[in-house]
Design a protein around this ligand. Sequence first.
Ligand code: SAM
Length: 250
Amino acid sequence: MPHKKDSDAFGLALMDFLKGKSFDLVVERDDGYVDVDNVLGYFQEYRDWPLHQKTVMKLAKGRVLDVGCGAGRHALHLQSKGLPVLGIDASPAAIRVCRKRGLAKARAVSIERFRAKPGQFDTVLMMGNNLGLLGNPHSARRLLRKLFDITSDEGRIVAETMDPYRSKNPDHRQYHRLNRRRGWMPGLVRIRIRYRCHLSSWFDYLFVSKREMERLIAGTGWHVFRYADSDGPPYAVVLEKVPGRSPARS
Ligand SMILES: C[S@@+](CC[C@H](N)C(=O)[O-])C[C@H]1O[C@@H](n2cnc3c(N)ncnc32)[C@H](O)[C@@H]1O
């Protein structure tokens, strides 16, 4: 059967899972590498989260924006603690899942198109590897400046990513070399998702080491407040605003 192209493959997988039907999805990288994934993890309850996630999530405060909220596991946890949370996701089906699961405020909009008032939020969540939405050095700076503007003076970004250099997978290491040859950051991945007959468009996701991340945020008005490590490549980070500093505008 032909694939339904440019579709909301990830969100439809979340919706099927919510309805009790679960199929694996395929993540395809632009070098042809494929990985099979299940969306079960996106429904994980707080008690099952890894320690590094729990550690940084305790630092979320005030009015929260969850960027790329998926099925809403982090947003729902903070909402249950009484924090006002808005979940946004580029996937309309993911947002339908969040609403069905009880998230009071959820909007289907990408972070690029999202508009908010200056200082409207105190915490921005980018969990589940969503620091990867920074995309590339150029889009990273643009997005970090936007997040600076829509957060209060005590604003925080609570985020998660993976250190790509901690992978021992030879296919990933070869992909890093390919990226270097084409002038990309080694941890940038261009991927698309296949789910049943659905095929998403290609999109970029950035994985960074701590050193690379510190270079990316330099001059954006953000600095590292806290890291939380795991035993493997995943790690979490809390960014805060450099006191008295506005982001450099280029
Ligand atoms: C890896 S999932 C993480 C979901 C959730 N944060 C979690 O940890 O369970 C990435 C999510 O980001 C969403 N997403 C991807 N690009 C986005 C964008 N540009 N703006 C907003 N959401 C986006 C996807 O639809 C997906 O739901």
